[in-house]
Design a protein around this ligand. Structure first.
Ligand code: ADP
Ligand code: MG
Length: 265
């Protein structure tokens, strides 16, 4: 059988000076080309889990394998996109996207071709020579997606990449991400607290709950693609996830605040 893109085995994390685990021992696999989301309220350990997969954080115990090799640091077939575009303000879009290729000493002709491909994929070819301050928030986030795609990652990691955007831009970008993923087919681990977004994009959704963080339910979503965000089946899924999350919040004192937060997902 083909090796999965990612294998997370009993990975867990408790931060120093914290009295509870940010993430209890957690296991799951991501097949090659599969789109997996980690979804749940803030503080449930999504970024902790993604950070460990990215190689930016070390698990206290357990193992993480990417493409059959133990993760010991960033890179090695994995690229990550964060909530804030974090582009270099003194570089044009083109040079921001090209940066990682230069660092990897990719020859100039190949660099140019790959940058052009990546910019075309995110529909930014017309602003290649602009600087980040000249772009809208949505365009900056497209540029940071291009910066990840240009590395042609087998594993694309995304931590709430659309959270800082307005609702309309967010819908447009998640539709674009679906198209880009269908065209390029990396394995994706996508972190969001938006339940519809997770259901819309994913083959598999792991629902996490907090205090301490853990996966409480896994959904396999086999709605054919390309999908439509207005598909009633997605709304039904959101309902089910909300019920599941509300049921998790059983401590009376915490309940009011958390149910309010969960209901906003
Ligand atoms: P999420 O991304 O789902 O919002 P996080 O993984 O960021 O959740 O956080 C999980 C838990 O770990 C939270 O209780 C958070 O306060 C705590 N935490 C996250 N980062 C740190 C850190 N660097 N030091 C201490 N506690 C942290
Ligand atoms: Mg987070």
């Amino acid at each position: 059988m083909e090796q999965p893109a990612l294998r997370v085995i009993d990975a867990c994390k408790t931060y120093d000076r914290s009295d509870h685990a940010a993430l209890l021992p957690t296991s799951f696999e991501v097949a090659r080309g599969e789109f997996v989301s980690l979804v749940g309220p803030s503080g449930c350990g999504k970024s902790t889990l993604l950070g460990m997969i990215a190689g930016l954080l070390t698990p206290d115990a357990g193992t993480i394998e990417a493409l059959g090799r133990p993760v010991t640091g960033p890179g090695d077939g994995r690229a990550i996109v964060f909530q804030d575009a974090a582009l270099f303000p003194w570089l044009t879009v083109l040079h921001n996207v090209e940066y990682g290729l230069r660092a990897h000493k990719v020859p100039k002709a190949e660099r140019r071709e790959r940058v052009e491909d990546a910019l075309r994929l995110v529909h930014l070819d017309h602003v290649a020579d602009k600087y980040p301050y000249e772009l809208s928030g949505g365009m900056r986030q497209r540029a940071s997606i291009a910066r990840a795609l240009v590395m042609r990652p087998e594993i694309l990691l995304m931590d709430e990449p659309f959270s800082a955007l307005d609702a309309q831009t967010r819908t447009i970008l998640s539709d674009e991400l679906q198209r880009i993923w269908l065209e390029t087919r990396p394995a994706v681990v996508f972190v969001t607290h938006n339940l519809i977004e997770a259901a819309f994009l994913s083959d598999t959704v792991h629902l996490l709950s907090s205090g301490p963080g853990r996966i409480v339910k896994t959904y396999d979503i086999d709605i054919p693609r390309p999908r439509d965000e207005a598909d009633p089946a997605l709304l039904e899924l959101r309902h089910d996830m909300l019920d599941r999350l509300r049921a998790e919040v059983d401590d009376a004192a915490e309940r009011r605040a958390q149910v309010a937060e969960v209901s906003a997902l």
